[in-house]
Write a protein that binds this ligand. Sequence first.
Ligand SMILES: *Cc1c(COP(=O)(O)O)cnc(C)c1O
Length: 460
Amino acid sequence: MVSRKIMLNEEDIPKQWYNIAPDLPKPLPPPISPETKEPVNPSALEPIFAKELIKQEISQERWIKIPEEVREVYRIWRPTPLYRATGLEKALKTPAKIYYKYEGVSPPGSHKPNTAVAQAYYNMKQGIERITTETGAGQWGSALAYGCSMFGLECAVYMVKVSYQQKPYRKVMMENWGAQVHASPSNNTEFGRRVLEDDPKNSGSLGLAISEAMEDAVSHDNTRYTLGSVLSHVLLHQTVIGQEAIKQFEQIDDYPDIIFGCIGGGSSFSGAFYPFYYDKVSNHAPKDCEFVAVEPTACPSMTKGNYMYDHADVARMTPLFKMYTLGHTFIPPPIHAGGLRYHGKAPTLCLLHKEGKVGVKAYNQLEVFETAILFSRTEGVVPAPEPAHAIKAAVDEALRCKETGEEKTIFFPLCGHGYFDMQAYDDYHSGKLKAYEYPKEKVDEAMKELRDLYPWINDQ
Ligand SMILES: *Cc1c(COP(=O)(O)O)cnc(C)c1O
């Protein structure tokens, strides 16, 4: 009998996070300050981020100890189950084996608390009393609100006004955990007040919310800012996913041939495959494993964007990061995978793609939702629209295996459930969703703009 659900014990929760920095094929291009044109001095970030997180961001140590207090909170939902998707396999009549690791069992319903809890902990240890962040659809905001409630910190979330109005339930969830949720633009910051003065009806954007959350953090002594993806310390914390998965595959004497993962900023996918990448580069892997990122055709950073230095935010407050980008001026088209609308991607993941270690695929939202429905009907879980991109890639691979007769082992992280995404599913059922492809001309325009803005670094 095949195992349907592969479980671990609480003692199997990893004791260390895996830092990929020393194992990258090349040194990571450093973040650059646009003012000095030099690599950013880490101490300059101390008014923004907790010190320990800055240390982790630039660390070259391969293994970083997970504090016991953090593991104690992880025990609430970790280890997460690894499922064999036998229902899906049967429906596809594929000889391939499909596995997914379900991160939707966490209280906020995604992988994000793996880092939110750690970030809240390090802020608390430093004596910080309050942390701020921005959120779009609300997944990161609710994870951080949860993390803060675990360590007795105050939490201020700047939520894009249009989402605040249209998706009220994530907001309610954050309030349950004690967070203060501000519809952004708000009257709470200089920047927000200025925007509202010019345009009282402004419905907000993620870039604007970032600017407000950062201003709030730097203008209050006891307050710091946090990010839910893209940065190296965030990816680091997510490596509990892949480390557990390796143990789970060991338990059933199997190992993936290929790993797919959706990429918003890249944290869930990287957290799932970086430990397998380490297996590979340290010659521990029982067989060769391929890694493939999956993005929407509506936000094709890796498939259409360039590898360049760009800001992480629209307001150009952050340093410049070398990454695949659509340009910080990217205006996301209306797609329903709210977590996959970011213009750039994590710098370490981008370097791995540049060096040919990680592949990439893109799908449009219609084919993605079609697959999400198939998954709901065969596996039961209603997936978040974001990981449904990875499911689509896994299904395509399984169908290819059917043609060739290959018995490949396919793995992807199912990084969240879709129980707050019913509007998107309703739109799909009533035929309102459209396939969308971000036009190449817009990418070219943005790339030209980036070269014009920063020719001293983007013109080589
Ligand atoms: C935030 C989020 C994403 C996108 O972010 P990554 O850093 O790429 O993982 C994907 N899926 C879910 C469920 C999310 O909450």
